[in-house]
Design a protein around this ligand. Structure first.
Ligand code: UD1
Length: 366
């Protein structure tokens, strides 16, 4: 007698809703693992269009090997309400047509919120990738998105164990939680050989280990009074060591609006994944207000300074790589001193940040 491979019948229909640059990085390995595990299933990708510039979107589909989206909602930019409402309005007919058994969403952006609300109201089960992160700061739009996404998702995929307590405190039962690890790190591990060989620092003319890589994009930092002081501090820092700064479109617009002078800064357009991770891996330090970069630097053991008052990723602080600087740009001046005499130690990635999180997600369904 020959044993047949176990096939789920009827085949599962899954809709993945993604919309922003970090979403693509978090979801790519999940789409791949689910497809491998359920080749008979229907896997449909919806791109909301929250990010739409080639440098913020297409490049990532190409580099990460995500299949081209089956549906493009083209919601674009707008106020939070507009963006969320537009996504819901355009996603509903797609879900009507696809009749999925499951909607999968990553992260905490407006596309995530809109997809979860749309699916939940249509009584379609939702799986939330990167569940349970909390900054405990409800002035952050992402915090509201996280809370709603977790409340209305059936399957909560956690990337760090601290998420368990956060979810329990909101009355979410353990049965919905699956501690699987970090899918963003899956992508990093899959492309590590390529970005290690990319040599982006040398192409920019900076020494590996000898420059600071900067990314800034949060409204709290770039939309208000803090931007001029931050750019001034960066130009001061550039007198001590090269500052490489790929500029997010939101930040570029704000810098142009205030006509910020930036002598000495090595500015560029947003970079693709391989080029950017090459720069992270070779940086002396990274200065950022991003969430995902706090994680990537932790995995790679690169010192990270976070220009925020709080983080929903305390695991990166405990790992010893990430330092919260607060929102005051004056703190940037302390970075060179903080780096001197810092003992080099091998990176110690948090539990299950091992390149296999997406497979563990697929295990839940296959
Ligand atoms: C969103 C997420 C944030 C995430 C970030 C990553 C929410 C609430 N915020 O903010 O959590 O960290 O993405 O980048 O969902 N723009 C372009 N081209 C693009 C995208 C944006 O020019 O492809 C410009 C638009 O003019 C817009 C601004 O950048 O005004 C901000 O775009 P928005 O859609 O708000 O996204 P992010 O600020 O990127």
């Amino acid at each position: 007698m020959r044993w047949m491979a176990q096939v789920r019948w009827p085949p599962m229909r899954i809709v993945y809703v993604i919309g922003t640059r970090p979403n693509f990085v978090k979801t790519a390995p999940v789409v791949a693992a689910m497809g491998r595990r359920m080749p008979e299933g229907r896997h449909t990708i919806v791109h909301t269009g929250q990010h739409y510039d080639r440098a913020m979107s297409e490049v990532f589909f190409e580099e990460l090997g995500v299949p081209a989206p089956d549906h493009m909602l083209e919601v674009g930019s707008g106020s939070h309400a507009t963006q969320t409402a537009r996504t819901m309005e355009r996603l509903e007919p797609v879900l009507e047509e696809e009749q999925p058994d499951l909607v999968m969403v990553p992260g905490d952006v407006n596309s995530t919120l809109a997809a979860v609300l749309t699916a939940a109201k249509m009584q379609i089960p939702v799986a939330h990738i990167e569940s349970g992160l909390r900054s405990f700061d409800r002035t952050m739009p992402e915090e509201i998105n996280r809370i709603v996404a977790d409340e209305f998702s059936e399957y909560l995929f956690l990337h760090s164990d601290e998420a368990i307590e956060n979810l329990r405190a909101e009355g979410i039962p353990d049965e919905r939680m699956h501690f699987v690890g970090n899918t963003m790190i899956d992508t990093l591990v899959a492309l590590e050989e390529r970005f290690r060989a990319a040599g982006s620092a040398s192409r920019l003319g900076v020494e590996p280990g000898g420059y600071i890589l900067v990314t800034l994009h949060r409204p709290a930092l770039v939309d208000g009074d803090l931007l001029p002081g931050t750019v001034r501090q960066l130009t001061e820092l550039a007198r001590e060591m090269p500052v490489v700064f790929p500029v997010h479109p939101r930040t570029r617009k704000e810098m142009e609006a205030i006509s910020a002078e930036h002598p000495g800064l090595l500015l560029s357009e947003p970079l693709g994944y391989v080029d950017f991770l090459s720069l992270v891996a070779d940086a002396g330090a990274v200065l950022t207000d991003s969430g995902g970069i706090q994680e990537e630097t932790t995995y790679l053991g690169v010192p990270c300074f976070t220009l925020r008052d709080n983080t929903e990723r305390p695991v990166t602080i405990r790992a010893g790589t990430n330092t919260l600087l607060g929102l005051d740009p004056a703190a940037i001046a302390g970075i060179p001193a903080a780096l001197t005499g810092r003992p080099a130690k091998p990176p110690e990635p948090p539990p299950l940040w091992d390149g296999h999180a997406a497979e563990r997600i697929a295990d839940t369904f296959a």
